[in-house]
Design a protein around this ligand. Structure first.
Ligand SMILES: Nc1ncnc2c1ncn2[C@@H]1O[C@H](COP(=O)(O)O)[C@@H](OP(=O)(O)O)[C@H]1O
Ligand SMILES: [Mg+2]
Ligand SMILES: [Mg+2]
Ligand SMILES: [Mg+2]
Length: 327
C-alpha cells in the first residue's frame, strides 16, 4: 500500500539541507496510521525521521494539503480501511506520532518512511524501512525496495528504476531473513554470500559521495584485494541486496561531523544479521540502537559475512591509520 503514494513530486529542503518530498511525509502518515490501527492494544511509540514543523508554517500549507489528498486517495484506492477522509489535523498528528526518542526501555517502532530520498527523486533506489526495538535491541525489520528487482542484480541494472516489481525483505530475531517480490509471490529465505576470497567479492556504497567517502572505501577495497568496481546504490536497498548475496561487502564512511540515525540502519541491520552477515562500526563494535535516535559509531559502518569480517576490519584499520597520518 505504501508504495502507491510514492510520487516523484514536491521536493523541499529541510533545515539540514537534505530533501524531503510529499511522498516521505505521506509514507510516514500511512505507516503511523496502519500501526496504530492494527495494534491498538500495544502502547504506541514510534521513532520516525520526518516531523511536522515545516508543514505547520504558513509556507507549508499547500504541501500539507497535497499530502492529505495523497494519503486519502491511497487509503480509498487500497480499500482496507473504511474511514472518513483524514483532515490536515489528522495528518499532522500522524506525522507527530513519530516523535518518540527510542532508547533502552520498552518497545519502539523505528521508521524511515523513504530512505534514500535523493535516489527516489532521481528515479533510482530507495526503501521504506521499519523496525521494532525491544529493550534497545532490534527484534524485527522490514525493508520494502520498490525499484530493486526480485532477482539478483548486476551493477548495470541499478541506476534506473526497474519497470517491474520490487523486493521486500523481512527478518525476526532468531528466525532468519526472508525475501519476496513486492507483488506478493512466495517467500524465500535469504543468506549472505559465502565468498571467502576478497578477490571474488564486490562491494556496495552510497551513490552520493556526500554521504560516504568513496576515496576511503576504494582504499579499503584495494587493501583487501577486491577487484570489482564499487556498486553505488541509494538507501538500505544495499542491506537487502547484500542479504541475498548480490554483493559481499557494504562500506559506509560519512564525512566528519555527521551522526548516523537509527532509522537509517535498524531494519537493514537485522535483515543482514538474520541472513548470516555481520554489521559493525569501523572499530569492530556492534551497532547500539539503545541510545535514542542517534547511533554512536566509530568512523563508519561496515557489513560483510563472517569469513571476510576479520580481514575487512584489518583493511579498514590500515586505511584509517593512513588517512589520519596524511592529515
Ligand atoms: N552528510 C551525510 N552523511 C551521511 N549520511 C547522510 C548525510 N546526509 C544524509 N545522510 C543519510 O543518508 C541516507 C541515505 O543513505 P544512502 O547514502 O545509503 O542512500 C539519508 O536517508 P534519507 O534519504 O532517509 O534522508 C540520510 O539519513
Ligand atoms: Mg531524509
Ligand atoms: Mg534514511
Ligand atoms: Mg528518509
Amino acid at each position: 500500500m505504501v508504495q502507491r503514494v510514492l510520487l516523484q513530486s514536491d521536493v523541499h529542503s529541510k533545515s539540514d539541507k537534505s530533501p524531503v518530498t510529499v511522498a516521505d511525509y505521506g509514507s510516514q502518515v500511512l505507516v503511523s496510521f496502519v500501526l496504530e490501527r492494527e495494534l491498538p492494544s500495544v502502547p504506541f511509540s514510534l521513532v520516525a525521521e520526518e516531523d511536522s514543523g515545516d508543514l505547520r508554517k504558513e509556507s507549508g500549507q499547500d504541501t500539507l494539503k497535497r499530502i492529505t489528498d495523497l494519503v486519502n486517495d491511497t487509503l480509498a484506492n487500497d480499500g482496507s480501511y473504511s474511514v472518513a477522509p483524514l483532515t490536515t489535523e489528522d495528518v499532522l498528528r500522524a506525522i507527530d506520532n513519530g516523535k518518540s526518542e527510542g532508547g533502552s526501555i520498552g518497545r519502539h517502532w523505528v521508521l524511515d518512511p523513504i530512505d534514500g530520498t535523493k535516489g527516489f527523486v532521481r528515479g533510482d533506489q530507495y526503501a521504506i524501512a521499519l523496525a521494532l526495538l525491544d529493550e534497545g535491541n532490534v527484534v524485527l525489520g522490514v525493508l520494502a525496495c520498490p525499484n530493486l528487482p526480485p532477482t539478483s542484480i548486476g551493477s548495470n541494472q541499478l541506476h534506473s528504476s526497474s519497470n517491474g516489481v520490487g523486493s521486500l525483505f523481512f527478518a525476526e530475531v532468531g528466525h532468519g531473513a526472508y525475501t519476496q517480490a513486492l507483488d506478493g509471490s512466495t517467500q524465500t529465505r535469504v543468506h549472505v554470500t559465502d565468498i571467502e576470497n576478497p578477490e571474488e567479492a564486490s562491494f556496495f556504497e552510497s551513490y552520493e559521495a556526500a554521504h560516504s567517502s568513496h576515496d576511503l572505501s576504494s582504499s579499503i577495497a584495494e587493501k583487501l584485494g577486491v577487484k570489482a568496481p564499487p556498486v553505488r546504490i541509494d538507501s538500505q536497498a544495499k542491506y537487502g541486496a547484500l542479504s541475498r548475496g548480490d554483493g559481499a561487502i557494504y562500506l559506509r564512511f560519512p564525512h566528519s561531523g555527521y551522526r548516523e540515525k537509527i532509522w537509517d540502519h535498524a531494519a537493514g541491520c537485522i535483515v543482514v544479521s538474520e541472513a548470516g552477515g555481520i554489521v559493525m562500526d569501523a572499530a569492530g563494535n556492534p551497532l547500539d540502537f539503545s541510545k535514542g535516535k542517534f547511533l554512536d559509531v566509530v568512523a563508519g559502518i561496515i557489513v560483510t559475512n563472517q569469513k571476510l569480517m576479520p580481514s575487512l576490519l584489518r583493511a579498514v584499520k590500515e586505511a584509517l591509520n593512513e588517512k589520519a597520518s596524511s592529515l
